[in-house]
Design a protein around this ligand. Structure first.
Ligand code: NSS
Length: 431
């Protein structure tokens, strides 16, 4: 019989049938004439029992010598078994050993640093496997949502010639005698695409030479960015609200088991409904002060402040119209209040803080050049970006969502490193 995935046979219709599975030894224990093995594959785990009296000698010898992570193919009869971890058991008949694993270095109670050092092996853990599936489902749900809303997926370049989010976090790369940088955000390129495709998005890495070692900063992160013509700041927030709800719903519907493995309370996710809170910047400063933080009127909120401010919220909070001095030059100043820009951040509740940054862009050429000069930047560095405002410019808005931060929040993880298969930080390039 063909190999079956474990999750497919964990149901009564296979009882007393002969099944074949492939996978890796997850647990092993011997008890006299019996060997109990738990096998895992990409879908789940199942207990297998080898009884000396029911298998041939060679099969029993192999079962007795199995080591953790050995790769095997096993055939046998499926029975119900209340004591087994997933409620069923295979009474083995034959085994094919593909590879007898060397002693596996991961045992109980290893430090976080050690688990990062051997991330290439830790990916096999139930926690990481669950997290990878949650990541995948969130990106899949986002793509579905974009498609339903007539957004086109595009692929901007990673090598770029100028900063989007300010120069301090640029990674410089030698480029055939010139200087190139790794992109911090694909926003400017997405803005170019809207003049042909109108609504566009991308899910690609962004790179930032972040020296801040917080629980939410990586040097390479997965960035979901979108841009749309004819859309203003508040309407973009409506769109993001629905996107976050679509992603959360998909998790609740498709990833119950994985959320359970990570001990994430689904009740908390079910609270994420419309409308999210929407506060102008000044209101959030007030909330911070009411919690005892000595905040100036105009201050860039960091991880610590956002953690305290969002701790007691049950739903995301949009903070809109920041003071102009706190944001990059491309944000459109509010025509009614030019010291503020038409932008927003979305802060996740429960202390997670910022996961989205976005807003309306300056769409007049002269206003853009003035803002570039005002920030002490050189308009020549932004020539093609300014050029976009010369030929049928339109109002437009967009946003960037940190996928890794969103996974950290929705899966209830304690650190962004746990949301990423191979995290890149100031001190880590391997594995
Ligand atoms: O700097 S952002 O707030 N905004 C932009 O880059 C805009 N140019 C995006 C746009 O409008 N197209 O970054 C957006 C999000 C931010 O809210 C975080 O969730 C995430 O990107 N982000 C990060 N995640 C992990 N590590 C680091 N270092 C990081 N920096 C930003």
């Amino acid at each position: 019989m063909d190999r079956l995935y474990i999750s497919d046979i964990l149901n009564d219709s296979f009882i007393d049938k002969d099944v074949t599975i492939k996978g890796w030894v997850y647990r092993w224990r011997e008890s006299g004439q019996l060997v109990f093995v738990i096998i895992r594959d990409s879908t789940n785990i199942i207990q297998v029992i080898f009884e000396k009296s029911s298998v041939d000698d060679k099969t029993f010898e192999i079962a007795k010598k199995l080591t953790i992570e050995s790769s095997v193919e096993i055939s046998g009869k499926l029975v119900k078994q209340g004591k087994a971890p997933t409620g069923y058991e295979i009474q083995a008949r034959t085994i094919k050993l593909y590879h007898l694993a060397e002693p596996f270095p991961i045992t109980k109670d290893k430090s976080d640093e050690f688990l990062l050092d051997i991330r290439h092996l830790w990916l096999r853990s139930r926690e990481m496997t669950a997290t990878l599936k949650i990541r995948e489902t969130l990106m899949e749900a986002a793509r579905e949502y974009f498609k339903e809303n007539f957004y086109h997926e595009v692929t901007p370049p990673m090598f770029v010639g100028a900063a989007v989010e300010g120069g301090s976090t640029l990674f410089e790369v030698p480029y055939f005698g010139e200087k190139a940088y790794l992109t911090q955000s694909s926003q400017f390129y997405l803005e170019a695409f809207i003049f042909s495709l109108e609504n566009v998005y991308t899910i690609q890495p962004s790179f930032r030479a972040e020296k801040s070692r917080t629980r939410r900063h990586l040097t390479e992160f997965t960035h979901l960015e979108a841009e749309a013509a004819w859309v203003g700041n508040q309407k973009m927030m409506d769109f993001e609200e629905e996107l976050i709800i679509a992603m959360t719903q998909a998790l609740i519907e498709r990833r119950k088991e994985e959320l359970n493995i990570l001990k994430r309370d689904i009740k908390i996710l079910k609270n994420i409904e419309k409308p999210f809170y929407r506060y102008p910047y000044e209101k959030i400063i007030e909330i911070g002060r009411s919690k005892g933080m000595p905040l100036e009127d105009i201050v860039d909120l960091g991880e610590k402040e956002e953690r305290e401010i969002t701790a007691d919220f049950d739903k995301p909070i949009f903070v809109y119209n920041y003071p102009k001095v706190l944001k990059p030059f491309y944000h459109r100043p509010d025509p009614e209040d030019p010291n503020h820009v038409l932008c927003h951040d979305m802060l996740a509740p429960e202390g997670y803080g910022e996961v989205i940054g976005g807003g309306e862009r300056i769409w007049s050429k002269d206003e853009l050049i003035n803002r570039i000069l005002e920030e002490g930047l050189n308009p020549e560095d932004y020539e093609w970006y300014i050029d976009l405002r010369k030929y049928g410019s339109v109002p437009h808005s967009g946003f960037g969502l940190g996928v890794d931060r969103t996974v950290t929040w929705l899966a209830g993880l304690d650190h962004i490193k746990n949301a990423v298969p191979f995290p890149r930080t100031i001190r880590r390039l391997k594995p």
